[in-house]
Write a protein that binds this ligand. Structure first.
Ligand code: XMP
Length: 333
């Protein structure tokens, strides 16, 4: 599948049968393209890279080398799930790199959001490059490019000031030249999910809400500290758990917690208790260019507030962000 244009005759993949036909066709194409060579893939655990990994494992097994870099800014349980699903269940050739200290050391004291994004992106390329150089005989690089990425790159910038730099992965050095394998590049997101399910990936991985490349790094506002990041990860896990119990996880497009770098005065066990506020954001959108607010039932907000303030060390208030985009962006940074 070398063309970057989706043929008009291409049927939308909406059923397991259509997904299986696509998978069989791709397996043959990948085998023909790659032969007995090795393929490298940066496996974040997001929907797209996970589906590409599962497709390639089906086609070429352990000739695929998956590199999962844990930048320490993942949500609770995410890296563990990558190890469980790919390392154990699918017996993938998985290189797991815990780069938490490396990232958090580099980010210490850095409060500018764009500078944070740059550090996170650059560090990723450096680590991935180091791993690529260690591996012998890798000729191919697999990528989870999907059709909206291709359409996006066709669009002309319209001379407006860029709101944020969204790219996470820049180019690799020129001497690391790979041929690309992009098996899902003509698919839309909903089709990727159908294919992922047909490949047997767990629903919670395939139906995952979008998660920005810089991860919790842009939700732990300002200069990231380990204690505030830990509180954010725990509070976010509670929010996700409660959304799943309430069935909102499949309805709301993106929902998460943000923790600003401010403290307010509270009271706990009859003593002064200074803590951070946890800000809940839950939005719906079609294309992330504009967004509206999900109206979370008050009872659920109360339950989430009670759990976060009692279970998460360091948080003494919960706030609910009612701002649509525009004027607020989806993320706070
Ligand atoms: P904003 O905050 O710009 O977000 O309204 C729109 C969508 O993009 C995601 N986002 C990012 N994704 N790298 C990413 O891969 C980034 O640096 C980044 N910043 C924002 C955000 O989560 C939302 O889905």
């Amino acid at each position: 599948m070398s063309s970057n244009v989706r043929p008009e005759s291409m049927e939308r993949i909406t059923t397991p049968e259509l997904a299986n036909a696509f998978i069989n066709e791709q397996v043959k194409e990948i085998q023909a393209q790659v032969g007995n060579k090795k393929v490298l893939l940066a496996l974040s655990g997001g929907v797209d890279s996970s589906v590409v990994a599962a497709l390639l494992i089906k086609a070429i097994g352990r000739q695929l080398v998956c590199v999962h870099v844990n930048h320490g800014l993942m949500r609770k349980g995410e890296s563990e799930q990558v190890i469980e699903v790919f390392g154990k269940q699918l017996d993938a050739n998985l290189v797991y790199i815990d780069a938490t200290d490396r990232y958090l050391d580099k980010l210490a004291g850095v409060s500018d959001p764009e500078r944070k994004r740059k550090i996170i992106g650059e560090e990723f390329i450096r680590i991935f490059e180091e791993e690529a150089r260690k591996l012998e005989g890798v000729d191919f690089l697999a990528q989870g490019t999907i059709y909206p990425d291709i359409l996006e790159s066709f669009k002309q910038a319209e001379g407006k000031k860029a709101v944020k730099s969204h790219h996470n992965v820049g180019g690799l050095p020129e001497d690391l030249q790979f041929e690309l394998v992009e098996p899902i590049k003509l698919l839309f997101k909903d089709e990727v999910r159908v294919v992922g399910k047909a490949l047997g990936l767990p629903a919670e991985m395939v139906d995952r809400q979008p998660f920005p490349g810089p991860g919790l790094g842009v939700r732990c506002l300002g200069a990231i500290t380990r204690d505030r990041l830990h509180a954010l990860r725990e509070a976010d896990a509670i929010l996700r758990e409660e959304f799943s119990i309430a069935g909102l996880n499949l309805k709301v497009w993106q929902y998460f917690v943000v923790i600003p770098d401010i403290k307010s005065v509270g009271v706990k066990d009859e003593s002064r208790y200074e803590g951070w506020p946890a800000i809940i954001r839950a939005i719906n959108t079609k294309d992330a260019m504009t967004a509206t607010i999900e109206e979370i039932p008050y009872a659920l907000l109360h339950k989430i507030t009670a759990r976060i303030t009692s279970e998460v060390e360091g948080i003494n208030r919960v706030l609910y962000d009612l701002t649509p985009k525009p004027v607020g962006t989806i993320e706070w940074e």
